[in-house]
Design a protein around this ligand. Structure first.
Ligand code: PSV
Ligand code: MN
Length: 429
């Protein structure tokens, strides 16, 4: 059941189609000179998918304030409706990654039906032990899976096991575990004992995974713990994943590293050890800013996709990463930001497909640094917008998603249908 009138999408596409056709043909000619068939690339773009975070559908905020937008979704059912608008127009976001307990419902089969009716699936489920819930028996103030008190650890383990049950009911196949556990003062926590408690707790969660499920471990350098975080980097992450077993893998959130860290190289190492779970895409300037994907460092995002496409090209065994967005929208309409970001991530993928890999390998092998670099840059510098627009059009989406969305008046209509209930079902994300 499409949320945006399909006649409107068709009308809008009619307006943009002639220009697109011209631009596509011009690019096709250019690529054919490099022996690249544009339709093969467009077909790959049509297959590309990145999941949308349920928590991204509401306006985010900072620790200072949150400025809600109009017509915000008030529960997971409404979040799914907004996510389906995104997918209807961009056609590369067919699944949603839910976050519990924010998205807990009394009847998960009803939620699954609602998602089915909107042509959406569910990606990895996320647990939340970084916040206390009303009436919670013991507090996560000093940690969750690594807390010194076994009663707190048990509560956190049980929450993760509950998340797996919720996920089973809606067709998920993975749980992402991110914890804020750590310390704010030197000496506050015993690093090794804390990590031992982490492993002990996560082993219990891992033991509860169905056979066809994976556990994604997400690292983050800092925040909310500002001196030390238990799973602070990919090193602790992969060590924990190796200790847990084959179905535990490391998830890379682009905002969770120190500035200037070579994330694409981390990705390459994780691929080598078959430990790359997938991504939370976003962009950042200072820390975990949760800016829109590709808005500041499109070259870095391209270099990451260069590693991913290289792994595909080399047919690396077991390579199947999950792609998700994870951003916070403070000053934009979340639907618009998520559409833009999904397209920017897809753009990086398509550009990486255009890298002449055999040429690059040979330039690398002959140590021709500059020409190797220029070979990468040649793909990055190409404007692949016509391929992305054609991929959307061929999938039944919008040639210009933002223009169509704004013309539809969806947000204004939601403003009338969804009077604010004071919260969006998530915290400040
Ligand atoms: C933590 O900052 C994080 O990136 C994790 O993925 C959380 O689940 C998400 O943000 C929630 O805001
Ligand atoms: Mn994340």
């Amino acid at each position: 059941m499409p949320m945006i009138n399909t006649d409107l999408v068709a009308e809008q596409n009619q307006q943009f189609k002639a220009d697109l056709q011209q631009d596509y043909e011009a690019l096709a000619n250019k690529l054919s000179r490099q022996n690249i068939d544009i339709d093969t690339i467009t077909a790959r773009a049509q297959q590309f998918q990145v999941a949308v975070p349920s928590w991204g559908a509401g306006t985010g905020g900072t620790r200072f304030a949150r400025f809600p937008g109009i017509g915000e979704p008030r529960n997971i059912f409404e979040k799914l409706e907004d996510c389906s608008v995104i997918n209807q127009l961009v056609q590369c976001t067919g699944s949603v990654s839910p976050h519990f307990p924010w998205d807990v419902v009394s009847d998960f089969s009803e939620l699954k039906q609602h998602a089915d009716s909107l042509d959406l699936g569910f990606d990895a489920v996320n647990s939340n032990t970084f916040q206390d819930q009303p009436g919670q028996a013991v507090s996560y103030k000093f940690g969750s899976l690594t807390h010194t008190d076994s009663a707190v650890r048990e509560l956190a383990v049980q929450h993760n096991l509950d998340c797996i049950e919720y996920g089973k009911a809606i067709g998920s196949k993975a749980i992402t575990v991110w914890i804020g556990d750590g310390s704010n003062f030197a000496g506050q926590s015993h690093f090794q004992r804390q990590f031992e408690r982490y492993l002990d707790s996560t082993k219990q969660v891992y033991a509860g995974l169905p056979n066809d499920w994976q556990m994604f471990i997400e690292h983050k350098m800092f925040e909310p713990a500002f001196y030390s975080t238990v799973i602070q980097d990919w090193g602790s992450n992969i060590l924990a994943a190796m200790e847990l077993g084959d179905r535990a893998k490391s998830l890379v959130d682009l905002g969770h590293h120190a500035p200037n860290v070579n994330i694409e190289m981390i990705v390459s190492r994780l691929i080598h050890f078959k430990k790359l779970a997938g991504f939370h895409f976003n962009d950042s300037k200072y820390g975990d800013d949760d800016l829109d994907s590709g808005s500041l460092h499109p070259f870095q995002q391209f270099l990451i996709f260069n590693e991913l496409v290289d792994a595909e090209y080399r047919q690396q065994e077991g390579f199947d990463p999950a792609y998700m967005l994870d951003q916070s929208h403070n000053v934009t309409d979340p639907i618009e930001s998520l559409m833009n970001s999904a397209i920017e991530v897809q753009r990086s993928y398509v550009k990486a497909l255009l890298v002449d890999r055999e040429k690059l390998y040979s330039l690398q092998d002959s140590n021709d640094a500059l020409m190797a670099h220029n070979t990468l840059k040649a793909a990055f510098n190409l404007d692949v917008s016509p391929i992305l627009a054609m991929a959307r059009y061929r999938q039944g989406g919008a040639i210009d998603p933002l223009a169509t969305y704004r013309t539809s008046g969806y947000r204004q209509a939601m403003g009338e249908q969804r009077p604010s209930n004071g919260h969006s079902g998530s915290g400040i994300v």
